[in-house]
Design a protein around this ligand. Structure first.
Ligand code: HEC
Ligand code: HEC
Length: 315
């Protein structure tokens, strides 16, 4: 009896020491680095690709990178990032050669957007968006915009503030969060005349699913449909005041989702943030003024085609 207690005592001690060492290792190692593969990408800029890129960047990148004071994509403190991830600052992505991404090659930008690996090999955790399933033409459009003369990206020498990732972010980045493989094949644009296909593409690539599924930590970016609680809402975010706000259930459940919403109501909510005279969207959900009715209707049609999830989200 005594012997076995001693044995288990020793075993416990060994386990505790191992855990402490693992913790120390992760703390010192921080966010991991990866080897970057060589890819060849040269942006093809046309007035159309820049316009399309502007729209995508306003919907996607500006949420995080737009700074109200500079009126440009110079980065800022990200209030809505859950505190458990640390103190998150988005970077200056203007064309400035020292403080922005003016010296990044097109390939380096695309590689980061696809895989999540920065040009120095460091991994960018999920508080930076990744676009592993976006069509090649749309990726080209975003880079065209970043390289354009638009006021948002004109060189601005505001220094980026380094992110202060939490211990949890470091642990997750060393275990469950992994960079995405660079796509082996070209990804085509969705068929604009097929609402389900277009809606799914937008719901995935405009990042709706990542906020509106159960939890950022369990989202599947390569196959978004496999994310737990896909579009069932309840993901915890923070509002301007730092209070918890939950994302809404967007599945067609009649009581807890948007099953009773008409196309018009959805369109109004998304474009103006207002439904029937009441505020329908609160920060960090912002209106998508740049989407066309065709695009919003397609998202609606796609969402209504999903299996209903009964999940009452506190509001
Ligand atoms: C959810 C918020 C978020 C969104 C959306 C987002 N970013 Fe970021 N981005 C960040 C954060 C935070 C960092 C800093 C990451 C780090 O240092 O690990 C970053 C870093 C970057 C960097 C690296 C800059 C550097 O100097 O290291 C580039 C380039 C970039 N983002 C481009 C984009 C583009 C283009 C888009 C739109 C397609 C975009 N980001 C969308 C939050 C975001
Ligand atoms: C940054 C996270 C985030 C992103 C990205 C996001 N949402 Fe939301 N959304 C929220 C939150 C949080 C709420 C709840 C706001 C509230 O309670 O006032 C919400 C609310 C909504 C509502 C209102 C639902 C209701 O029941 O009142 C709709 C509709 C909606 N989002 C659609 C979308 C669509 C479509 C997209 C993609 C184009 C999207 N959202 C992208 C966070 C997000």
């Amino acid at each position: 009896m005594k012997k076995s207690i001693k044995f288990f005592g020793k075993l416990l001690l060994i386990v505790v020491v191992l855990i402490l060492f693992a913790g120390l290792y992760i703390q010192l190692r921080g966010i991991p680095s990866y080897k970057t593969e060589k890819i060849e990408f040269v942006v093809q800029s046309t007035p159309e690709s820049i316009a399309r890129g502007e729209k995508l960047a306003k919907v996607l990148c500006a949420n995080c990178h737009f700074n109200e004071e500079t009126g440009q994509l110079t980065g800022k403190f990200m209030r809505d990032a859950p505190e458990e991830f640390g103190k998150i600052y988005s970077a200056n992505i203007t064309k400035d050669e020292t403080h922005g991404i003016g010296t990044w090659t097109d390939s380096e930008i695309v590689y980061l957007l696809r895989t999540g690996i920065k040009r120095d090999g460091k991994y960018a955790p999920p508080y930076m968006a990744k676009l592993p399933t976006m069509a090649d033409d749309d990726i080209n459009a975003i880079v065209s915009f970043l390289r354009s003369d638009h006021s948002y990206v004109r060189a601005n020498a505001t220094p980026s503030i380094p992110v202060e990732p939490s211990f949890l972010t470091k642990v997750l980045s060393n275990t469950v969060f992994k960079p995405f493989p660079f796509p082996e094949q070209k990804i085509p644009m969705p068929d604009e005349n097929n609402p389900i296909e277009l809606g799914k593409y937008l719901a995935h690539n405009l990042d709706c699913f990542s906020c509106h599924s159960a939890d950022f930590k369990t989202n599947d970016f390569l196959e978004p449909e496999k994310s737990p609680g896909y579009f069932g809402g309840g993901n915890e975010l923070l509002n301007m005041e730092g209070q918890v706000i939950h994302s809404s259930n967007l599945t067609p459940d009649k009581e807890t989702g948007i099953g009773k919403w008409s196309k018009e109501k959805f369109r109004n909510a998304l474009k103006s943030g207002i439904v029937e005279g009441e505020i329908a969207l609160r920060y960090p959900m912002v209106p998508y003024v740049n989407l066309t009715d065709n695009e919003i209707d397609a998202i609606y049609t796609y969402l209504q085609s999903l299996p209903a999830i009964e999940n009452k989200v506190p509001r």
